[in-house]
Design a protein around this ligand. Structure first.
Ligand code: GRF
Length: 191
């Protein structure tokens, strides 16, 4: 199963996928890693691991539609079976998702459909929930919507900050992303 991973920042979830592949625990080919801005740590990690990288800089395009079209072309170069949004902080169009047969996987640091959006951890903490967690799902063109594949709960501790809670969620999120990709790869039959 060939995947292209999209990142916007640190790329620690991506690193977990790279580590699992390198350790022989995950049978997927990371065909490329792409970002929506230059200088992300996620792209640096990939280059260090010898994985092809590309940047489709959101700010270099006149509008969202032009950026979406360029992103679609860049990803299509690698003919992925699945595109993974791993901390990719941009909404893509339905055209993008359709171009890849709807196989657009997203991870989110909350128990969807609760607390979608860019601040899922902050919003859960502000609401005062005692349990939150993470979700891996097939994404549609909405904000963190689409069929849920896997979820895992994380209890909120006393005096927790957004940073401490997000770090603990990400430990679980990395494992959940790798195990979900392993299940998809096991079920995948090459075209
Ligand atoms: C993850 O929690 C992801 O779900 C969220 O941003 C975080 C990205 O972390 N959207 P990283 O870049 O993989 O370290």
């Amino acid at each position: 199963m060939r995947i292209v991973v999209l990142v916007s920042g640190t790329g620690s979830n991506l690193q977990a996928v790279i580590d699992a592949v390198q350790a022989g625990r995950l049978d997927v080919e990371i065909a490329a890693v792409g970002a929506d801005r230059p200088g992300t740590h996620g792209v640096e990690r990939s280059a260090a691991a010898g994985i092809p990288t590309f940047v489709v800089d959101f700010k270099a395009y006149p509008d969202r539609a032009a950026w979406n079209a360029a992103l679609t072309d860049a990803v299509a170069t690698y003919s992925p079976d699945v595109v993974v949004s791993s901390g990719f902080m941009r909404i893509v169009s339905a055209d993008f998702i359709n171009a890849f047969g709807g196989k657009y996987l997203n991870t989110h640091p909350a128990l969807l459909p609760a607390f979608p959006g860019a601040h899922g951890v902050r919003d859960a903490l502000a609401y005062g929930v005692k349990v939150t967690g993470c979700t891996v799902h097939w994404a549609d063109a909405g904000v963190d919507t689409g069929p849920i594949i896997a979820q895992e709960a994380v209890a909120v501790g006393e005096g927790e900050t957004e940073e401490s809670l997000h770090e603990r969620i990400k430990v679980v999120e990395r494992r959940l992303l790798v195990s979900t990709l392993a299940s998809l790869a096991a079920a995948h039959t090459p075209a």
